[in-house]
Design a protein around this ligand. Structure first.
Ligand SMILES: Cc1cc2nc3c(=O)[nH]c(=O)nc-3n(C[C@H](O)[C@H](O)[C@H](O)COP(=O)(O)O)c2cc1C
Length: 328
């Protein structure tokens, strides 16, 4: 745990609450930042496109009010899926630049043009990757930091173990690494740091909160599910992602025998949002979710768990050192 980054220094906990399609909203982001962790949302959640500026104004006003009252809110992030020349992407980038969004999380594609625009006003670009090859490409494209989305993450997840991917990436990159995949409690946040990451990327845990836009059935399913209820399949979006099996059953499908699909065809069809809106994404960390708290309460709990895990680790290390002292 020798590594740290300027972004983590002003935070209460080294956590970036990840952007989630149809789930994240301004109320969540404001609560996350006020609680001292980085909050985020995908630009595409604001619809129509003009709503993005309204959301950004709302978030910035709330965080400014918090500062005026003596608070120290964390910075927020917006997720842009890179689709050069696509009308919505270009408009979203422009809106984010106008609002000087502090952190942009880019997914897919080459982040270089986004990086140029965002660096011009002093913002930070973090690119979301699932392999060392993509990590190198993102860095060549000017990303300031990397988000390593590993096996077991909710939504579009990688297939690599965090032990393997962090280790590989740390061999050529000593900047900011955010690690994602099945992290639901404070102990796992500390484990991410022990592994060599600077911050934890947490999504699924925040779906089951009072502020999230998920419907109650979705939140309740997260509370009752465990890791074996998660299925990893390209069936619904053309890219392999993790979903809650019971939501697939509720849609009348057999999650263990999904018809074979051509991923390219599914992506080209582009109608996944409407067709599959009741197929719910979640990571393998669901077994650690037992309730639907307000975000402020959840972050208090994460901090208590994180501090307790630090203390337990210290005691473990001290005990090991004492044994070594005796045997030396
Ligand atoms: C329902 C859902 C929607 C998601 N939507 C997005 C998205 O729009 N953009 C994105 O970059 N990541 C998205 N993700 C992935 C998360 O940002 C993140 O990688 C993941 O939640 C981390 O793993 P965890 O859920 O196990 O904590 C989504 C994840 C979930 C569960």
């Amino acid at each position: 745990m020798t590594h740290s980054h300027a972004l983590t220094q002003g935070l209460r906990l080294p956590i970036l609450a990840s952007p989630m399609f149809l789930v994240s909203n301004p109320e969540m982001v404001i609560a996350q930042c006020r609680s001292g962790i980085v909050g985020s949302f995908p630009a595409l959640n604001a619809r129509p496109q003009q709503a993005l500026a309204v959301w950004l104004d709302q978030i910035q006003a709330a965080l400014q009010a918090d500062r005026d009252a003596g608070g120290q809110p964390a910075p927020y992030a917006v997720n842009l899926v890179i689709r050069p020349q696509a009308e919505r992407f270009e408009a979203d980038l422009e809106t984010c630049v106008q609002h000087r969004v502090p952190i942009i999380i880019t997914s897919l594609g080459d982040p270089s043009r986004v990086a140029q625009r965002v660096h011009a006003y002093g913002g930070l670009v973090l690119h979301d990757v699932t392999s060392a090859r993509h990590a190198r490409r993102a860095l060549a494209g000017g990303a300031d930091g990397l988000i390593l989305v590993c096996a077991g993450a909710g939504g579009h997840a990688g297939a690599l173990s965090p032990f393997a991917l962090v280790n590989e990436v740390r061999r050529f990159f000593d900047g900011l690494i955010v690690l994602g995949g099945a992290i639901t409690d404070g102990r796992a946040v500390l484990a991410a740091q022990a592994l060599g990451a600077d911050m934890a990327y947490m999504g699924t845990r925040f779906i089951a909160t009072q502020e999230s836009s998920a419907v109650d059935g979705y939140k309740n399913m997260l509370v009752s599910a465990s890791a074996s209820d998660i299925v990893y399949t390209p069936h619904f979006s053309g890219i392999s992602a993790n979903y809650l099996k019971p939501s697939i059953v509720a849609a009348g499908l057999d999650p263990d025998n999904l018809p074979t699909v051509d991923p390219a065809e599914v992506r080209a069809a582009g109608d996944r949002q409407k067709r599959w809106k009741d197929i719910w994404g979640a990571g393998q960390g669901v077994g650690g979710i037992d309730d639907v708290p307000a975000i402020a309460e959840l972050v208090d709990r994460l901090e208590a768990e994180y501090r307790a895990a630090q203390q337990a680790l210290r005691e473990q290390l001290d005990a090991a050192a004492a044994v070594q002292g005796v045997t030396a």
